[in-house]
Write a protein that binds this ligand. Sequence first.
Ligand SMILES: [Zn+2]
Length: 442
Amino acid sequence: MNETKEELILRGEFVLASPFEEPIKGGAVVIKKDRIVECGPWTDIESKYPGARLLERSSGLIAPGLINCHTHAPMVLLRGMADDLPLKTWLEKYIFPAEACLTKEIVKTATLLACAEMIRSGTTTFVDMYFFERQMAQVVEQVGLRAYLGEGIFDFPSPAFENAEKVMEETRDLVVHYKDNPLINFTVDPHTPYTCSSNILVASAEFARAHRLPIVTHLSETRWEFDETRSIHSKTPVKYLDELGLLGPDLVAVHCVWLEESDIDLLAQKNVNVVHCPESNLKLGSGISPLARLLDARVNVALGTDGAASNNNLDMLGEMDVAAKLPKGILQDPSVVTAEQAMYMATEAGAKAMGAKDLGRLEPGFQADLIVIDLDRPHLRPCYNPVSQMVYSATGGDVSDVMVAGKFVMEKGRLVTIDEEKLLSQIRSFQNQPFWQEGPCS
Ligand SMILES: [Zn+2]
């Protein structure tokens, strides 16, 4: 792995600093340590940094690293174990019983597999809600990705902790332990408004706010949740969380599929961040989020894959494609959710949701989190518009290089920090003996 002591210059066919800026043809990015020094045309940069190390990617599209704003990374091990079921049946009959068999070691291996997949498809930051986040943090730290990790909080014991108080103790401890590591961050994650009591929701928010951590929760994902909340609390899930004081700029509300017009206004007014996970919503038959209306109301909408068991991959390039196309079909209007908006959701909106002021764009002073897409592939030529290519033509497999905080985690198609061959052989053994078949576990 190369740590940049002096400047490193990455020169590509295009540099795309942000989706709404003109791509720089024949551009280069100058990096020093973990930060971007300059982005510009090669002719401006060529003679400015004598002694800098130059890396040529002559057919490369250099773009900001993708931010997967919602996943459950270790669920890669549950990929394909139960498909084509509605959320509630899927969770209660298959996922929760399997997750009861999870151990720290299984979670570590699963996290490594998820990191390999995310790096290969251009994700540099991911926001995770799962169990055993301490073990996940250890793996993520070794791998060199950037993460926001949240230990799931429920009314009932999770596979890792017996109650919400224990989760908060653990989170407090992890925050202190990782305070000097800018790549590993934490969130507070009450799972849903229906798997957490109002007391736990309020306590989670108070704890998060006392520690200045983002609050992440699933919200209004299914028709069942929407109807159930209305029948118990006489209000929509969004208004229920508002009544409890949870809505605010530090809330990251995942899904938001079932919304009334007044819910959208409330989300906008309270500056709540929404994470759109279109592939998971489609696959679980949960419905389709009113994305165009949320964007019109100026709600900050980021993008996530959700877990690999409901997607079934962690490919953010594919997710952008669906996010841009789905509303066009639904509304019979090809002008809604442009390629630029979809890419913004996968980069800058994710950074904004997490309160990260130096992520999501290639700009001087920002973190050097970037990816290179190799355009020399039949499905990526000709390239007239790099944003269009990223959103509508590229897939995760087209990413050749990934850098996080100035360090390559993938260089010219090779994972730098993961022994991929060894990892895949280990995963094949899981495949031969699924861990949940050792059970029943609880
Ligand atoms: Zn989720």
